[in-house]
Design a protein around this ligand. Structure first.
Ligand SMILES: Nc1ncnc2c1ncn2[C@@H]1O[C@H](COP(=O)(O)OP(=O)(O)O)[C@@H](O)[C@H]1O
Ligand SMILES: [Mg+2]
Length: 419
């Protein structure tokens, strides 16, 4: 582009971070540099030695993110107002520093393993004999989902994450799972007789990305009492060693009444997420747990837990908060962001931060995972809600649990939003 300007006769690319050697070779009459460039004493000295005049340009240093945030309406008014408010009291650098401070937290994650399969296909035509559309298979991808995804997300913040989960004895997918877990995670697998590891397979129309159908391979009966006794013994010894115990309960038979009682009694700090899904709808309710320190729940789950379809969400939030003797609760509201509540700070609304949706699977889990160590460390709840919604935004921009939340991505997004 520069060489296309008629003013410019000749230009050359300098393959060096410093202009010193070029100044010495070209011996220019004038050496011009940008105002935002760091002062380089060596370059200045080289220019002075050959008697060149040093000129600094008076252009304004700008950031493209700052320009986009200020001049393009990329966020809805609520989000814009929220980001302005955060900017007044926080800098991205401060938030990132706080997140870096969480690296040593010892965290135990307990919950169901799920393999998420995505089978992509293309419609061929109507079946000749039945009233159905037949699809042609294109390709399949598998991701580490359920509690594996939660452990992977948390490992973006903490270097010492342990995981306790169950796989099926046959078709365990163990080598796949080990490969997909981040290196810093220490897993302990228990094996369930007579069933395979849980698989949720979705059929996707390749062209539109629409999900056509899902088939779940799940045995959600409570685990056998022999296996339960083994896990009980193992957990009883393990639980007191961790600063945080995270339970990600998908209601697929692993977390029995007995194990729940043990965990709620022995965990120093319990972060809890109990999921509603098609397998367990209406049965897997957070109030199965007598207590938790931090509860993360979605809008539908809290209504199931309180048997209240239309009631005021603030009231229901306080109800569950009280029932579980929690010190913090976050209710996620899909496209409406999240609601945080604690005695000290009251209700805090955080708007959703993105409109870019590829796949909503695992959105709540990403928010839950990333906020756990933040809530535990008693970071300011507005910051925590902000970070959580950033994590959810990153998650829903990708398919399934293909990529766990990455620390650099998380902090880059935070920096960009606060420019
Ligand atoms: N349609 C959406 N638009 C923008 N953000 C969304 C949307 N759906 C989910 N999110 C983000 O993901 C978070 C969790 O989503 P939610 O649907 O409430 O949980 P879950 O996945 O557990 O059902 C929300 O708080 C929000 O930040
Ligand atoms: Mg959820």
């Amino acid at each position: 582009m520069l060489s296309a300007l008629s003013l410019i006769d000749y230009l050359s690319v300098v393959d060096s971070r410093s202009a010193t050697s070029v100044i010495q070779k070209l011996r220019p009459h004038v050496y011009v540099r940008g105002s935002d460039e760091k002062q380089s004493l060596q370059e200045e000295a080289a220019a002075r030695t050959i008697g060149a005049r040093i000129v600094t340009t008076e252009d304004i240093a700008f950031s493209s993110s700052q320009l986009i945030n200020a001049h393009f309406d990329i966020y809805p008014p609520k989000t814009k107002a929220f980001l302005e408010m955060v900017k007044r009291t926080h800098t991205a650098a401060d938030i990132i520093k706080e997140l870096q401070g969480l690296a040593r937290t010892k965290i135990l994650v307990i919950g169901d393993t799920i393999i998420d399969q995505y089978h992509y296909s293309r419609p061929l035509g109507k079946s000749y004999k039945e009233p159905i559309v037949v699809h042609g298979f294109l390709r399949a991808e598998s991701y580490a989902g359920g509690t594996l995804a939660t452990a992977n997300h948390i490992a973006a913040l903490s270097e010492t994450v342990s995981l306790v989960t169950i796989l099926g004895k046959r078709q365990s997918f163990e080598s796949f799972i080990r490969k997909k877990l981040r290196d810093t995670i220490t897993p302990k697998f228990f094996y369930r007789e007579g069933s395979g590891t849980i698989v949720k397979r979705r059929y996707i129309d390749e062209f539109t990305g629409y999900k056509l159908f899902q088939i779940s391979f799940v045995n959600d009966e409570p685990i056998a009492s022999g296996l339960e006794a083994h896990i009980y013994e193992y957990l009883a010894e393990l639980l007191p060693n961790f600063e945080i115990v995270v339970v990600n309960d998908f209601g697929h038979g692993f977390l029995t009444k007995k194990l729940i009682r043990l965990i709620t009694r022995k965990a120093k700090y319990l972060a809890l997420n109990v999921q509603a899904n098609s397998v367990n709808f209406g049965f897997n309710i957070v109030t199965k747990y007598p207590r938790a320190d931090y509860v993360c729940i979605d809008n539908q789950e809290i209504r199931l837990a309180t048997h209240d379809k239309y009631g005021d969400l603030d009231r229901l939030t306080k109800k569950i908060f009280k029932k579980l003797s929690a010190s913090d609760i976050i209710v996620t509201k899909g496209p409406y962001g999240s609601l945080s509540y604690s005695k000290k700070h009251g209700m805090i609304e955080i708007p959703a931060l993105t409109g870019r949706i590829v796949d909503r699977v695992g959105a709540g889990d990403a928010l839950f995972s990333i906020t756990v160590p933040c809530v535990w460390a008693q970071m300011d709840p507005t910051t925590v809600g902000f970070i959580g919604n950033v994590a959810a935004s990153l998650k829903i921009a990708t398919v399934g649990n293909k990529f766990p939340i990455d620390f650099a991505e998380l902090t880059n997004y935070i920096t960009r939003l606060l420019k």
